[in-house]
Ligand binder design. Structure first.
Ligand SMILES: [Zn+2]
Length: 414
């Protein structure tokens, strides 16, 4: 049977009806609704000659054995945030299932093809994203912290994952799943406005942004709002405000998709009758190029010293989290471009702002690429998340072509 992209759209609608409500998707990982979605997927693949396995980190694997032990992986995640969208994560799984079906019905593939439904990509319940993929990648190093996490109802993470047969002491065993993997392919909605603004259905993803997160503490002097003349003030908020505007210029002059966000400023004493004494500001900076990211960070720090001087403040910087940019595989990027060109007559390359399971797999040394399909209004993680059906169908066709090209390339490489 040939590939049927329209069936994927119908299946997505079926999944929405099964696991969503009037507020959106409710497939939060380690919940019954998530289990329902996973069982529904397994049932839909039961007629294919697949080996089905849940690994030590709770990832579900569907393996179509080929003539050769090398494996091409296609991945996604069925879990969603609470009140989430109908496409984030599950498009990749259901498109991958359709591609697997097409390959299986063509006969034994030249190399093994596996579909993986990663466990808890979103981290919605316990705040730890990329759970299953980081365990498989071997980059999960915070098991002790995980043991202490509890959800909003006080349920500890070890209990919640234990109900799904996952033991934190053994999650590293999932790493064995990546043995023999020669390529990892992931289709995802863009979750941003770039493709829509360019009028393009699909894009090849170059990699995921590196991230620098900082806490900047500005210190001035609390003083009475009525009795302190403007020229006498040491207003900590003035420093934070200048920096919040200056980061726009930093991002713009750096270019290539650079983004900087001042997501919060907490002021003390935080009352209407006092000049702000301390302002604690959070800054998130992202770029695909490690050197440019470093220079954006240095520039923000340098400007903050200048603003501190102008406003007679002290300023202190603290790094709270960072991750290197992760670049996808050049050869697979080329194949993704070809696949997208063949189904849509256009191509475009773009970086990913959000992290994805693909970043973990790539970090583990498996050649990786992602394809993005346009998101309407750039919205995601809300029930308003949407993509035109025709674009969803094109994305399934592109993933199928990419899988075929990847298999041909692996076989060609011997
Ligand atoms: Zn996702």
């Amino acid at each position: 049977m040939p590939l049927d992209p329209a069936r994927v759209v119908a299946r997505l609608e079926e999944l929405r009806a099964l696991t969503g409500d009037e507020n959106g998707a409710q497939r939060v990982a380690w919940t019954e609704t998530w289990a329902t979605a996973r069982a529904w997927l397994a049932e839909s693949l039961a007629d294919l000659p697949l080996e089905v396995e849940r690994d030590a980190a709770g990832n579900d694997w569907y393996t179509l054995r080929g003539d050769d032990g090398r494996t091409v992986l296609i991945g996604g995640h069925l879990d969603s945030v609470p009140n989430g969208g109908w496409l984030d994560g599950c498009l990749n799984v259901l498109a991958g299932a359709e591609v697997l079906r097409r390959i299986a019905e063509d006969g034994t593939p030249p190399v093994t093809v596996r579909l993986v439904d990663w466990a808890d990509e979103e981290g919605a319940r316990f705040g730890r994203s990329l759970f299953g993929s980081s365990a498989a990648a071997g980059s999960m190093r915070d098991q002790e912290e995980l043991r202490r996490l509890v959800d909003r109802d006080g349920v500890p993470l070890p209990d919640a994952v234990g109900a799904f047969g996952v033991d934190l002491d053994r999650i590293g065993e999932a790493h064995a799943q990546l043995e023999g993997a020669v390529a990892y392919l992931e289709l995802h909605i863009e979750q941003g406005p770039v493709l829509e603004s360019l009028g393009l259905p699909l894009g090849t993803v170059l990699g995921t942004f590196g991230v620098e997160r900082s806490r900047i503490t500005w210190t001035g002097q609390a003083a009475h709002a009525g009795s302190t003349p403007m020229a006498e003030r040491r207003d900590a908020l003035a420093g934070a405000a200048k920096l919040a505007l200056a980061i726009r210029e930093i991002a713009e002059s750096t270019g290539d998709g650079a983004v900087c966000t001042s997501g919060d400023v907490t002021c003390r004493p935080g009352i209407v009758t006092s000049v702000v004494e301390t302002a604690e500001q959070l800054l998130d900076q992202r770029h695909l190029d490690a050197a440019k990211l470093a220079s954006m960070h240095a520039r923000a720090e340098e400007l903050s010293r200048r603003f501190a001087g102008e406003e007679r403040l002290d300023v202190a910087w603290e790094r709270i989290w960072s991750i290197e940019p992760i670049l996808f595989d050049d050869a697979l990027i080329g194949l993704a471009d070809e696949a997208i060109w063949e189904v849509s007559g256009t191509t475009h390359r773009l970086p990913s702002g959000p992290l994805h399971d693909a970043a973990e797999v790539s970090r583990a040394g498996v050649p990786t690429v992602m394809v993005f399909v346009q998101s309407l209004r750039g919205l995601s993680h809300t029930k308003l998340e949407d993509t035109k059906s025709e674009h969803l169908e094109l994305s399934v066709a592109a993933l199928d072509r990419l899988a075929s090209k990847t298999l041909a390339r692996v076989v060609g490489a011997g």
